[in-house]
Design a protein around this ligand. Structure first.
Ligand code: FAD
Length: 284
């Protein structure tokens, strides 16, 4: 199938894009890397009358550090994020997650903003945002607001971005010294969406884990912070953390896999990631 007819606009400023969005409302769609949107147009799952292309807007580009934060422009490509020297040094969790996203062609074109704004619960960046306690910067014509990752992902393909808003950037606090991270996922084949995944951050304190954040993906309608399991890890008990996970996530059955299998996979990932982080904490 081919996409239905639509008009196309390529603004060069954020103000211009916001004005078009305000004028056309839900009839318009923002085009970032197009890796998800163009597929849904071609399958006629979406039929906007106008596409607003964000690719020529300099304010949405770039990755920079200031005031203890790394600010990642919404239009930064997956590969650009993962290969950025700044990200590798300051936010190695993102560098570790990036190669798990789809395939090279999609990573070259797809954007972090497109992924986060789409809110697919099986994807890597939203879970990383949650693990790193990121803040999403969202702008409408009336002004800008900042939404913590924990409030941003609201359900299946549902986020806090309103129909008149553009996700402009993601701000990640730079972890302090002694910071630890962990990432792993299980997929049927390399490049497939994860059956279950885990992005984690923590701090080493006296040889133990502190401030643990465990963000699971692929197990619910949005990424999930498992706080009871995190507390058990802080007490040094991986088995208790794995047991508690059953109270915190309850993956539904679907055509790909049973919910009980996803929970099992999440526990396996927790054991792997926690084991590596505890070892690192002991050696730190
Ligand atoms: P687009 O497709 O252009 O847009 C996606 C949606 O977000 C649209 O509704 C659009 O209007 C909206 N949007 C885009 N930018 C903004 C913004 N700045 N503000 C507000 N709304 C915005 N992703 C993974 O993470 N992991 C995977 O394993 C994975 N596997 C894939 C496999 C295949 C075969 C394909 C086709 C895609 C896969 N993806 C995967 C998705 C891919 O990463 C996309 O890049 C991503 O979902 C969307 O990013 P995009 O820049 O292409 O956005």
């Amino acid at each position: 199938m081919k996409a239905p007819d639509f008009a196309y606009a390529r603004p060069t400023t954020l103000d211009e894009a916001l004005a078009l969005l305000a004028e056309h409302g839900e009839d318009a769609r923002l085009l970032a890397g197009g890796q998800s949107l163009v597929t849904s147009l071609n399958m006629r799952l979406a039929a906007p009358s106008l596409l607003i292309d964000l690719n020529r807007i300099p304010d949405l580009a770039g990755i920079a550090e200031s005031d203890g934060l790394v600010r990642i422009g919404a239009m930064a490509r997956h590969r650009e994020v993962g290969e950025s020297p700044l990200v590798r040094e300051r936010l190695p969790l993102l560098a570790a997650a990036m190669p798990h996203i789809a395939h090279p062609a999609i990573r070259n074109r797809g954007t972090i903003g497109g992924s986060v704004a789409l809110g697919d619960p099986a994807t890597e960046w939203p879970a990383c945002c949650l693990a790193l306690d990121a803040t999403m910067v969202v702008r409408a014509q009336g002004g800008e607001r900042r939404v913590p990752a924990a409030e941003f992902f609201q359900g299946l393909y549902t986020t806090a971005v309103g129909p008149d808003e553009i996700l402009v950037a993601i701000e990640m606090p730079i972890p302090s010294s002694g910071a630890l991270w962990g990432f792993d996922e299980l997929a049927r084949r390399s490049g497939d969406y994860a059956l279950a995944g885990l992005a984690a951050s923590a701090r080493s304190e006296g040889g133990r884990l502190a401030d643990v954040r465990l963000a699971f993906f692929g197990v619910a309608d949005r990424p999930v912070l498992a706080s009871a399991a995190a507390a058990a890890l802080q007490a040094g008990d991986i088995k208790a953390a794995q047991a508690m996970l059953g109270d915190e996530i309850d993956p539904p059955d679907d055509i790909a896999v049973k919910g009980a299998t996803r929970l099992h996979l999440a526990r396996v990932l927790l054991g792997r990631v926690a084991g590596r982080m505890m070892e690192a904490a002991g050696g730190a």
